[in-house]
Ligand binder design. Structure first.
Ligand code: SAM
Length: 398
């Protein structure tokens, strides 16, 4: 028999959940109170689950992801959202998707278990409040994008480590993905137009509903004393993909003067539609930065893609463009805490390691990385430990 539950732990956790839920439903709700409630729910579940139930829950995650990926291919969720009241039967879904009815039933059982649809009656499926997110870019494009990009490598990861004597991958060109499928992430994407489009769409959508970097970072630090003529470069979004962050910044701060520049690889900027007040520029950050003396060079989710030696090269290419005493580097990425690392961040770390020998870094690792490029951190801002931090760095004062 499994060990008996610690009643006191369970009851006091349940009480904490109740209090946190009351905050979630009140005007005091914030990013950090929201994540605290989610963390408590995880702990509550673990407290209720027997150890073997925990084992089984983890063992059966891969088939859930595969079923979800298949349901996205079949475009089941957009069909469900067209029938919010009556729902759709397995027979109707089979007719509309071309899948065998019995297969639809088996896949939709999993979707119901994940809360992505509800069953009004046997074999009749209704959308839930989650379904809509799987018809929008974040789910519709994010699920197949990350599944196809990462899962074939993740399946092989244990074999990779066995063969590589459990050494951490340190070179981009010798990443686990390169070993497992022949290419690391950006070459793989560059050769697959459809997957690149899914990736771009997911990048643009994945932070909807979350605070932007400029909601967390005091933007006056950049606006104050910035050169205010139109020719002066104000913000360069390096590796900015479709320019979504710049577009949002312009929406919030339409009066800030100067040039706004989006940089990314040629095949990525060619599909960006950023409007007239943002310049799109094909540029590889592995080369020296051509825009000199901007107020800020902004890197969001860039350094976590790469091992240290490539980050060092990107930083050096940027440092050479900084105007001393004026320019700043703004980095938005995870800053891993020393304990209690949120599972989303530690999982992303394994994913980045797999697809390009990338790294999610702790504060100490950031200080070392930036210090080696002659930079020092002036401040780190964050809305909550579960969210990306904003790091401001400038050349070290001598
Ligand atoms: C994880 S995405 C982050 C995109 C965007 N900054 C964001 O946070 O949504 C990394 C970006 O780096 C770009 N990238 C990869 N290699 C690059 C290079 N050598 N030079 C410029 N951009 C590059 C990719 O095309 C992609 O848009």
């Amino acid at each position: 028999m499994e060990p008996v539950l610690q009643n006191n732990t369970l009851l006091s956790l349940a009480e904490e959940v109740q209090q946190a839920a009351a905050i979630e439903c009140s005007a005091d709700r914030s990013a950090s109170s929201h994540f605290r409630l989610l963390g408590l729910l995880d702990r509550l579940r673990l407290a209720v689950e027997s150890p073997t139930e925990t084992v089984r829950r983890l063992i059966y995650q891969p088939p859930q992801n595969a079923a979800l990926r298949t349901v996205i291919d079949l475009e089941v969720f957009p069909l469900l959202t067209q029938h919010p009241k009556k729902g759709m039967s397995a027979t109707q879904l089979a007719e509309d998707t071309g899948a065998e009815r019995a297969l639809v039933v088996r896949l939709m059982r999993v979707m119901e278990g994940l809360g992505l649809c509800a069953c009004a009656e046997p074999e009749v499926y209704l959308p839930t409040d989650k379904t809509i997110a799987f018809t929008q870019p974040i789910g519709r494009d994010g699920v197949p994008c990350l599944y196809d990009l990462a899962v074939p490598t993740l399946v092989q990861l244990p074999a990779y480590f066995r063969e590589h004597h459990y050494l951490m991958p340190k070179e981009y060109s010798r990443s686990p993905m390169r070993w497992a499928v022949g290419q690391s992430q950006f070459e793989w994407l560059a050769q697959r137009k459809h997957q690149q489009a899914l990736f771009n769409s997911y990048m643009s959508s994945r932070r909807h509903g979350k605070p932007s970097w400029f909601d967390v970072y005091p933007v006056e630090r950049l606006v104050q004393d910035a050169e205010d003529h139109d020719g002066a470069a104000f913000l360069v979004d390096v590796g900015g993909n479709q320019g979504h962050d710049l577009i949002r910044f312009r929406e919030k701060y339409p009066d800030v003067k100067g040039r706004f520049i989006l940089q990314d690889l040629p095949q990525v900027v060619e599909s960006a539609s950023v409007g007239e007040d943002i310049d799109a520029m094909a540029y590889s950050f592995l080369d020296p930065q051509p825009v000199k003396g901007a107020r800020a060079y902004y890197f969001r989710a860039i350094f976590h893609d790469w091992p240290d030696y490539i980050c060092h090269r990107i930083l050096q290419n940027t440092v050479s463009a900084l105007r001393p005493g004026y320019s700043r580097i703004i980095i938005v990425d995870c800053v891993l805490p020393d304990t209690n690392t949120p599972l989303a961040q530690s999982s992303l770390d394994i994913q980045m390691m797999s697809i390009g020998s990338g790294v999610e870094r702790s504060e100490c690792q950031w200080r070392e990385l930036l210090g080696a490029a002659g930079l020092e951190i002036q401040g780190i801002w964050s809305a909550s430990p579960e969210m990306d931090c904003v790091i401001e760095a400038v050349p070290k004062s001598v």
